[in-house]
Design a protein around this ligand. Structure first.
Ligand code: FAD
Length: 633
């Protein structure tokens, strides 16, 4: 691996221009300012309710909202309270189960969703399943169809060197060290789970269009099954593979299967190219007119294993040209399907949290003390806007992005939870968020490459700065605004940032700094464990006010966000060392003596800071509407 990837890395810049697909050959204003100056100025960072039971009219909710869970609490299997105190100074493994418990939970989940052993395959010959961003066994339609249409199945993963090149405009590493490590863990776990079913995973380094035709020829495969992608880089690979398979001469077909969304693309009540421009219209339409398909059950045994001389090793990061990075603080996510299903188990079924606020409210109504403990899922809607710790939101996104768990699996687990414990606004809200994920995926088909262009899907014209100093202060968490700096430090240390944090730092980069939003989006592409082109560029275009919905053009006021989402300054003190010794009320506004000068004044409401702009980032054409939350994710 090593030689192969070193050679690729060394030649990235020159090749990149030639090999990038049309998505990146963008409009005239997509200049490469940073590219030119990047040698000196962009160092390669280590590539590394209890809700009030309101009635919501919604067909997804086949239940009537009630409060019986208040009066008849069910026993909670175990209690783990995760607060800032517990996080302090710790690395928090997500999921928090030990290896033995992980094995047991994953084993039981696989059994629960297994196809009965009486199920028979009816195909002949060999089929290849080409794993891409679907690194799972459960609910994997490509795997199921390959199994049922053959008598021998060859699972393959190609470590495509293009994954380890650089981002298009600004030359950041395309895969940071933490996501790289997560990927390797996913591959090791996929291999383990396939071996439990009598198979293995063939791991080869190289382009799929080079590897798959050779394998198809050697094994005489009749079909290569894989999951369909939607963005141009991935579509280009599909086209190359299709073309190359034609050259093999034994009639091997490429069969692409849809499988990344909760609602199946074929079940949409409109052509995907007519997708509504407004999320709420999309959601209401699918909720009213579509059914979510059951997840695909996979047999316990998938064998026999084809005869292969060398299955290949999961490479080390060094072998793909990435310098490893340790998580030194905050959450450490474990890659792989087993960890993903365990996180669902932990969040839905195992963990509980206390809520002092709810406790107080309940006490006034003279209810018992013991109902202050809630399953995390039961209070998700109230906690999801948090920023600190593993429990305020599901943290499913890294496993969803790599396809280690499917949204349909989460949906079935929500249904099971609703029938066994409780159905409320929170259980629905997880699905509401997953519909956002679906929406961005379908949007990527409708919008095509405009999702990656400066003007976005609406081709909004504006002047944007590419000021390198400003960008670096944002990237490195040195803007002088603790809430921005803490979030950016969390991102580079763990590969994760809360949804609240992402919205705040995006608004700050775009509105307060006036920077080209693609700089932020590409930095997220490098760092995020859950990077997914549809959700990332979809959210960034919304945040930059260039998305398909003109109403999604928001300014996030730093003072307001700090006050609402980190009133005690716990989050900023966790990530910014200097702030720990300050009293709580000073942590968001420490001043230049206790912390540092601010790099730009805020566009609106800089009352509590004294910073002056040093570099004149553009802040011109946006109206900078004040922050509002209209139920956006
Ligand atoms: P939860 O709150 O528990 O939500 C459950 C699931 O719903 C998530 O795992 C995710 O799959 C989905 N979801 C929630 N919010 C959104 C949303 N706004 N858009 C799409 N799906 C959503 N999400 C990614 O998965 N990959 C990205 O690359 C990505 N980039 C983003 C960039 C910006 C600027 C912003 C504002 C948001 C981005 N998001 C992205 C969406 C969102 O921030 C994350 O999905 C969420 O923070 C993941 O944490 P969670 O799993 O605990 O979410």
């Amino acid at each position: 691996f090593s030689a192969f990837f070193t050679e690729r890395r060394n030649s990235t810049r020159s090749r990149q221009k030639a090999t990038h697909p049309p998505r990146r050959t963008s409009p005239a204003n997509a200049t490469c300012l940073l590219h030119n100056s990047s040698k000196k100025s962009i160092p390669r960072m280590a590539a590394s309710s209890l809700s009030s039971p309101l009635s919501i009219s919604n067909p997804l909710r086949r239940f009537s909202l009630h409060i019986h869970h208040l009066s008849k609490p069910k026993p909670i299997p175990s209690l783990i309270l995760c607060s800032a105190a517990k996080m302090n100074g710790h690395i928090y493994r997500v999921p928090g189960l030990d290896e033995e418990e992980m094995d047991s939970v994953a084993g039981k989940t696989f059994e629960r969703y297994a196809l009965p052993s009486s199920a028979k395959r009816n195909g002949k010959g060999t089929a290849i399943v080409w794993f891409r961003n679907d690194l799972r066994v459960l609910d994997n339609d490509a795997l199921y169809r390959a199994w049922s249409s053959s008598d021998t199945l060859l699972p393959v993963y190609c470590l495509d060197p293009r994954l380890f090149l650089t981002t298009h405009f600004f030359g950041f590493p395309k895969t940071g060290a933490l996501r790289g490590a997560f990927l390797m863990e996913c591959l090791a776990d996929l291999r383990k789970n396939l071996m439990k079913r009598g198979l293995n995973l063939l791991i080869r380094s190289g382009k799929p269009e080079d590897i798959l035709p050779c394998l198809a020829k050697d094994f005489g495969a009749h079909t290569v099954f894989a999951h369909k992608e939607t963005c141009s880089e991935e579509l280009q690979v599909e086209r190359h593979v299709n073309q190359a398979l034609k050259g093999v001469g034994n009639g091997t077909k490429l069969e692409l299967v849809w499988g990344s969304t909760m609602y199946h693309k074929d079940d949409l009540p409109f052509d995907v190219l007519d997708l509504p421009d407004i999320y709420t219209q999309f959601r209401k339409s699918v909720e009213a007119k579509c059914r979510i398909r059951s997840l695909t059950r996979i047999p316990i045994s998938l064998g026999p294993t084809p005869s292969v001389d060398n299955w290949g090793d999961v490479p080390t990061l060094g072998e793909v040209g990435i310098e490893p990075q340790e998580v030194t603080r905050g959450m450490r996510f474990v890659g792989g399907e087993s960890a993903g299903v365990c996180r669902v188990f932990e969040y839905f079924w195992k963990k509980a949290r206390s809520s002092p606020e709810i406790f107080r409210r309940l006490l006034r109504r003279c209810l018992c003390v013991y109902i202050m403990l809630y399953d995390l899922l039961k209070v998700y809607k109230e906690t999801r806007n948090g920023m600190l710790g593993p429990d305020y939101s599901t943290k499913f996104s890294p496993w969803l992005a790599f396809g280690c768990i499917s949204p349909r699996f989460i949906y079935e687990e929500v249904q099971r939870y609703e029938s066994e414990r409780v159905a409320n606004n929170s259980t629905y809200w997880v699905l509401f968020e997953l519909i956002w994920r679906d929406y961005f995926r379908f949007l990527s088909i409708k919008c095509g490459n405009s999702l990656f262009h400066l003007g976005g899907p609406r081709n909004v014209q504006g002047k944007w700065s590419q000021d390198i100093m400003l960008f670096e202060s944002w990237r490195d968490g040195k803007t002088g605004y603790p809430i921005i700096d803490a979030n950016m430090k969390e991102l580079s240390t763990t590969g994760f940032m809360s949804n609240r944090g992402r919205q705040i730092v995006c608004s700050f980069l775009v509105r307060d700094m006036g920077l080209d939003w693609r700089m932020g989006a590409e930095w997220f592409e490098t760092c995020l464990l859950d990077y997914d082109p549809c959700s990332n560029y979809g959210n960034w275009t919304y945040g930059a006010g260039v998305g398909n919905d003109p109403r999604e053009d928001r300014y996030f006021s730093i003072p307001k966000q700090a006050q609402n989402y980190d009133p005690e300054g716990e989050y900023v003190a966790f990530w910014v060392q200097q702030l720990r010794r300050l009293p709580k009320e000073k942590r968001h506004w420490p001043g230049r003596l206790m912390y540092m000068d601010t790099v730009v004044p805020l566009l609106h409401g800089n009352a509590q800071t004294s910073g002056r702009s040093k570099s004149g980032g553009f802040r011109g054409s946006h109206s900078g509407r004040s922050s509002r939350n209209n139920g956006r994710p």
